[in-house]
Design a protein around this ligand. Sequence first.
Ligand code: C2E
Ligand code: MG
Ligand code: MG
Ligand code: MG
Length: 292
Amino acid sequence: FAKESGRNGVQFFRQEIGQRVQNRLTMETELRQALQEDQLELHYQPIWQLTEKCIVGLEALVRWRHPQKGLLPPDRFIPIAEESNLIQALGQWVLNAACRDMRSWRNQGFESLPVSVNISARQLFHDDFTSSLARLLKEYALPPEQLELEVTETIFLQKDTTVEKVMNHLKNIGVGLVLDDFGTGYSSLSYLNRFHIDKLKIDRSFMAHICQKEQDAILTATIIRMAQSLGMQVVAEGVETAGQELFLMEQGCDLAQGYFYYKPQPIESLRDIFVQNKLCSRALEDPEQPMP
Ligand code: C2E
Ligand code: MG
Ligand code: MG
Ligand code: MG
């Protein structure tokens, strides 16, 4: 390789690396600025209760409205935030925005729409995380159970005692805990019993082929049964077709979200969605009420 490409090859390789490092640094600087100038926004994707066909809650998904590059998905900047120290500030911004939005919906009469927020491992284990979370809930006068934190299996790579301490704090505060992207990561199942987890979210890679590949159907069905036997609710993510929904219902899956229902929506669209659909809390409070 070296002989063929020679000096120019190496030179090119160096330039390439240099360019990438440069891009990364630029993005980091721009992201820091984005936080100060409020260029981030939350979009929300409804989560459905499958038997009642009502909206049980929303997942908050962050986007960056970049002045030149347009609306960027989290995959383009969350990794950069995680590698720098920006994930703390970004995570705080997200939590604050989610609480603010929840407060505003409650004020408009949408009382019981829990919001789940994705939390990076580095953010979760930061010293101030639990205390600032408690402060935030107080500030916006929100019942803690209306907020759910979505974490991935990577948090279990930390020392057990560290995980246990944080999990106990969160349980005392009263927020819900969701294990996101379940089935893709580090997999020892013992932590499902050791730590208090309310919901399992089956990774969307399983959903893609449940109607064609028997193995994926078997795994999905098994995860649903296992979670429910352990007293956890199950959320299927990435539901895109009626066939997938039917399969999930046959397997007794509790909750689902995906493009089949709604893509993540900007805040302006949500009010209409709340009005046009059945909200689970309302359905439970007054089942006779005809839907608008
Ligand atoms: P996630 O938490 O697993 O979120 C689900 C992702 O699947 C979202 O992508 C959502 O838009 C997408 N999705 C939902 N339904 C469907 C579907 O039916 N089909 C397909 N193909 N995709 C679907 P998004 O918004 O690009 O977010 C990607 C990831 O970025 C999230 O995965 C989460 O891990 C991370 N993320 C998003 N917001 C935040 C945040 O505020 N903080 C942190 N730390 N991470 C975040
Ligand atoms: Mg998530
Ligand atoms: Mg997920
Ligand atoms: Mg994910």
